[in-house]
Design a protein around this ligand. Structure first.
Ligand code: SAH
Ligand code: SF4
Length: 358
């Protein structure tokens, strides 16, 4: 059954989605059961069914009383997400197109290693930030995802590989810090012993640099990992390629990161995709080093995925190696991201974009 998206409601959410059980964080799940006069252990059972076992319906939750299942069905429908398309790369990296209950589609990626399964999940359908090199940014914003819709992606990927997810990265479509509360709710359910039980340090969230939310993130008690999409340390270049964060200038971003590292003692990653003729000059390299000076960071140099109808080109391996060498020599941690799933790669958000245009 499809639900119509009612444009105009907050975040383009249909009425059904607003009531969805997947809209709730773990404390909210506890509180609806408390309000329904249920003992605390019922909340643990419910979270386990929803996120530990990925139940498809309340009927599956056989150890919950029938009256409670009926109550939940009526008040908080359980709306499933489903797998639409999957691509498998030669190295067994897999890219998924997942349809949410209202027909909106998002993308996730599974990246297996001998002892790990990392899932890259989306936090929004589309993105409003408009980064010019990003397929998702080029497609515009559809809606925010619910916490449970973020977990659905991890569960669908885990079921496909037949193993548990060990690492989660919020680097799919969307800007997690433009959907902060739902994203935090999701990270906590991923981390929860009743949920997916992934260690907090193995859960990473990546932001284009929404400073007030970085400051909020610094105060969260869990040791989640932070990544920042920097892509330029010269203001005019960043303004041009990441127009959505013009209001959060580099100077303030640096201060916010300094305060984050001081508070948390954790090392954020700075993501830098090298784009030929745009952010790969010696001047950009010097600005990047100056930005990182005296800061606890790891610079991750990424090769640019080419996207349809775009003139942006990857700067190439030699330039990436020169950047890496020079940054390391300045005493700053750096590495070139190993590209996985080359033959299916496509840029972030590309599969969903192609589907929308078909
Ligand atoms: N909105 C968040 C997270 C999703 S994007 C953010 O921007 O951080 C995940 C990562 O992919 C970001 O570092 C983003 O800058 C990068 N990215 C986007 N388009 C890309 C492309 N064409 N090639 C390489 N990396 C890209
Ligand atoms: Fe949005 Fe991140 Fe893409 Fe920028 S890079 S448009 S913030 S998804």
């Amino acid at each position: 059954m499809r639900f119509r998206v009612v444009i105009g409601l907050s975040n383009n959410l249909s009425e059904e989605l607003t009531r969805s059980i997947k809209a709730l964080s773990e404390p909210e799940l506890v509180s609806i059961l408390r309000d329904a006069h249920q003992p605390v252990f019922r909340a643990h059972q419910l979270v386990k069914w929803l996120y530990g076992k990925h139940a498809a319906s309340y009927d599956d939750m056989t150890d919950l009383p029938q009256t409670l299942r009926t109550f939940l069905e009526e008040t908080h429908p359980l709306l499933p997400s489903r797998l639409i398309e999957r691509q498998i790369a030669a190295d067994n990296t897999r890219k998924y197109l997942i349809e949410l209950a209202d027909g909106v589609r998002v993308e996730s990626v599974g990246i297996p290693a001998s002892d790990r399964l990392t899932v890259c999940f989306s936090t929004q359908a589309g993105c409003a930030m408009g980064c010019v090199f990003c397929a998702t940014g080029n497609g515009g914003f559809q809606r925010n995802l619910l916490p449970g819709e973020m977990l659905d992606q991890l569960q669908i990927v885990a079921e496909d590989y037949g193993c548990r997810v060990s690492n989660a990265v919020g680097m799919g479509q969307g800007e997690p810090f433009a959907n902060y509360d739902a994203t935090l709710g999701a990270l906590r359910l991923m981390n929860s012993a009743d949920g997916l039980h992934i260690g907090a340090r193995h859960i990473t969230v990546s932001t284009c640099g929404i400073i007030p939310m970085i400051n909020r993130f610094a105060d969260e008690p869990e040791q989640f990992t932070l990544a920042i999409s920097l892509h330029a340390a010269i203001q005019s270049t960043r303004d041009q390629i990441m127009p959505g964060v013009r209001n959060y200038p580099l100077k303030a971003l640096r201060e916010s990161l300094l305060s984050y590292t001081k508070k948390t003692n954790r090392r954020p990653t700075l993501e830098y995709a090298l784009i030929a003729g745009v952010n790969d000059s010696d001047e950009h390299l010097a600005a990047l080093i100056a930005f990182c000076e005296n800061m606890l960071v790891h610079v991750n140099l990424i090769s640019l995925n080419s996207i349809a109808d775009s003139s942006f080109k990857d700067a190439g391996k030699r330039r990436a190696q020169l950047f890496e060498r020079t940054i390391l020599r300045a005493g700053i941690e750096a590495s070139i991201r190993v590209s996985r799933g080359g033959d299916i790669s496509g840029a972030c958000g590309q599969l969903a974009q192609e589907q929308r245009h078909n």
